[in-house]
Write a protein that binds this ligand. Structure first.
Ligand SMILES: Nc1ncnc2c1ncn2[C@@H]1O[C@H](COP(=O)(O)OP(=O)(O)OP(=O)(O)O)[C@@H](O)[C@H]1O
Ligand SMILES: [Mg+2]
Length: 321
């Protein structure tokens, strides 16, 4: 029944591919390996193939080709067995609206074979852990977005899955609810839970994930820790120069060749983005080059490289919509 893999590799995919009807190549030959106990992220823009990947790993979407092994189980060959090993928080709210907060947990436990007594005890414990006890007898419709999301996570971990999947867990949540959910996921991680999440928020990927795969158009562009991905930029400072000069291409070329430590410069819609190793004295140098070139600068900003920078360097486009 099980396929022998390294027990510390909780998810392995080989050339995993999904083509939807109409020749839509949603996931294109993905090779992934997720380790036990880590929080792994799939980071990518809208339509990158994140949900399709999560769908294949959780038996909701049938792969067109390739393999996916989850908890040692081939998800295509043995979907029922795989389902018992995974907990899923999908992108949309799938709570049962006819039931109360408590009942959503209780019946889930019963469905997974718990006795009435066991399911009750576990539901109450989870409500406490996920700070939902006060809402136990409320209808789920009365929950805020953040509370509903916490309840979905509580339900997903109730049967103690080997791997917890979350598809865009904080999309649409206010900043406070987002942080509350990050705390909960960190607590689950501290208890040893392996987590795979998808996100298009680079801050989320950066703060929460131990390793992440950057995907776009169904292809994996990079896989590493956030720190190493950011270091791969090869610069420690990103200078964003706002100007409405018509020839930004020429200005970028000039900056690149004149600024000490410049490792790259690209024209962007609002001006030029310059990458520099060693930021000391960079602002006066940029101003001097602009003066010489007769370019008027309306704003100058210094940032550390972010996953956004990594994404732009890999794809030539912005991760934000
Ligand atoms: N059931 C489907 N039938 C046909 N095409 C689909 C289907 N589901 C997704 N797609 C297409 O597959 C591609 C990947 O979609 P997917 O939903 O996996 O991306 P995503 O990264 O989750 O995007 P989002 O950030 O919008 O959730 C997109 O081009 C999408 O339009
Ligand atoms: Mg999606």
């Amino acid at each position: 029944m099980t396929t022998s893999t390294n027990p510390d590799e909780v998810i392995v995919t080989e050339n995993l591919t999904k083509v939807y009807p109409g020749d839509i190549l949603a996931v294109d030959g993905l090779d992934l390996s997720v380790h036990r106990g880590e929080i792994f992220g799939l980071l990518g823009p809208n339509g990158a193939g994140k949900s399709t990947t999560a769908g294949m790993l959780t038996t909701r979407v049938l792969p067109t080709s390739g393999r996916a092994i989850v908890g040692g189980v081939d998800v295509v060959a043995h979907p029922a067995q795989a389902k018992r090993l995974i907990g899923v928080v999908p992108q949309s709210n799938t709570l049962d609206r006819a039931l109360t907060v408590y009942e959503n947990l209780y019946f889930h436990g019963r469905f997974f074979g718990m006795s009435a007594k066991q399911s009750k005890a576990e539901s109450l414990r989870l409500l406490e852990q996920f700070r939902l006890s006060e809402r136990a007898s409320a209808p789920v419709l009365a929950l805020s977005g953040g509370m509903a999301q916490r309840l979905m996570v509580a339900r997903a971990v109730m049967h103690r899955p080997s791997i917890l999947f979350l598809d865009e867990p904080t999309a649409g949540l206010d900043p406070q609810s987002r942080i509350a959910l990050w705390e909960i996921l960190s607590e689950l991680h501290d208890e040893g839970q392996t987590i795979l999440l998808t996100t298009h928020y680079m801050e989320e990927a950066d703060q929460l994930c131990h390793r992440l795969a950057i995907i776009d158009h169904g292809r994996m562009l990079a896989l590493d820790t956030p720190e190493r991905l950011k270091a791969s930029v090869g610069a420690d400072t990103i200078v964003t120069i706002s100007t409405d000069t018509p020839d930004r291409e020429a200005f970028a070329t000039r900056l690149r060749s004149s600024i000490p430590g410049a490792t790259g410069a690209v024209p962007i819609e609002t001006g030029v983005r310059l990458e520099v190793q060693g930021s000391h004295g960079v602002l006066p140098a940029v101003v001097a080059v602009a003066d010489e070139a007769g370019v008027a600068i309306s704003d100058l900003r210094l940032d550390e490289p972010s996953l956004e920078t990594v994404f732009i360097n890999l794809t030539g486009k912005d991760l934000r919509e």
